[in-house]
Design a protein. Structure first.
Length: 325
């Protein structure tokens, strides 16, 4: 394909995305997820074209332990938001298959009612081994969804772990789900994860209202900062009006104080450095000299015959020797 043809194709794709074409949206995200050099160039061009049309959505990260009901909550909340006139995009990061690298859980099968809505878009993305299970291209996918007219973007993580920090670094608010009857599990949650939360919802409160009340009291007593903590039931749709009221209140307060835009600017710069680090690491591992020296370095360090620092310096010297920094 000639450069002119390629440019024409991308122009058409951009126009389709801006028109809200769901097939073009899916195609664009697939392009951005590609690791091929040619696709990376086209993806960068695509992002440059749609960037002025993005940034207007409310971005909410949602996490919690497996079984807490994240997908049910997202579906119920999404349907209520659509009923209010919103367009909702869900970027759900699944554990990657070790065989295919593909998405295992398939969130569309877990959100059947929401996926049938014309005003909803659900994209299950494989984590592909990235830190904490957060898909490498989730940020890019978020921008494309916003350019396509989705004014609420919900990012669901794999579960409680390091992914929460990454999701907090790309969203405006972080919602943490908890279970009633969690007991000692509440103590096992890293304090850092709880401190990232802007809103804590005890889901499945219908199972045991008394236990939910105890869980709320326990969570509130362990917080270092005041934040909304309340019960909800995704199954029965209880408490969901308050979730969105709290989200809107926090967004309004942060916009008025300037915190909202400052956070977005900080996130954009962090995103840039994340990409730089990722590309440098990829280039390092693909370097012929590094590939040739690495097996011996791994063996010697593993057997205790070579200090890790010395091995790292030798690998970096191999990387520098070819001038491919």
């Amino acid at each position: 394909m000639s450069e002119a043809a390629a440019g024409s194709l991308d122009d058409t794709l951009v126009a389709q995305v801006l028109a809200g074409d769901r097939r073009a949206l899916a195609k664009s995200i697939t392009l951005l997820e590609s690791t091929r050099a040619a696709d990376r160039a086209r993806g960068d061009a695509l992002l440059g074209a749609i960037l002025p049309h993005s940034g207007y959505a409310i971005r909410v990260g949602i996490s919690g332990v497996p079984g807490v009901g994240k997908s049910t909550l997202i579906e119920t909340l999404g349907l209520q938001l659509i009923a209010q006139g919103h367009k909702v995009a869900v970027l759900a990061v699944d554990p990657s298959s070790t065989l295919s690298g593909g998405s295992i859980l398939g969130d569309k099968t877990r959100m059947e009612r929401l996926s049938a809505e014309a005003a909803a878009f659900i994209r299950p993305s494989p984590s592909s081994g990235t830190l904490g299970g957060v898909a490498e291209k989730t940020r890019e996918a978020m921008l494309v969804c916003e350019a396509a007219g989705f004014d609420v973007v919900l990012v669901e993580t794999v579960g409680v772990g390091q992914s929460e920090s990454a999701v907090s670094g790309m969203t405006d608010l972080f919602l943490l789900l908890q279970l009633p009857n969690a007991g000692d599990d509440l103590q096992a949650i890293k304090r850092g994860v709880m401190e990232l939360a802007d809103l804590v919802v005890v889901n499945k409160s219908d199972l045991d209202p008394a236990a939910a009340a105890r869980a709320i009291a326990q969570i509130e007593s362990g917080l270092r900062k005041p934040l909304p903590v309340f019960a909800a039931s995704a199954l029965h749709g209880q408490g969901f009006e308050r979730i969105w009221v709290e989200v809107q209140r926090l967004v309004t307060e942060r916009r008025e104080s300037g915190e909202f835009e400052a956070r977005r600017r900080t996130q954009a710069l962090a995103w840039m450095w994340d990409i730089v680090h990722a590309r440098l690491m990829a280039g390092f591992h693909e370097h012929p000299g590094v590939q040739a020296a690495l097996p011996a370095m791994l063996r010697e360090v593993g057997e205790g015959r070579l200090p890790a620092g010395a091995a790292a310096r030798r690998l970096l010297q191999e990387y520098d020797r070819r001038g491919e920094r």
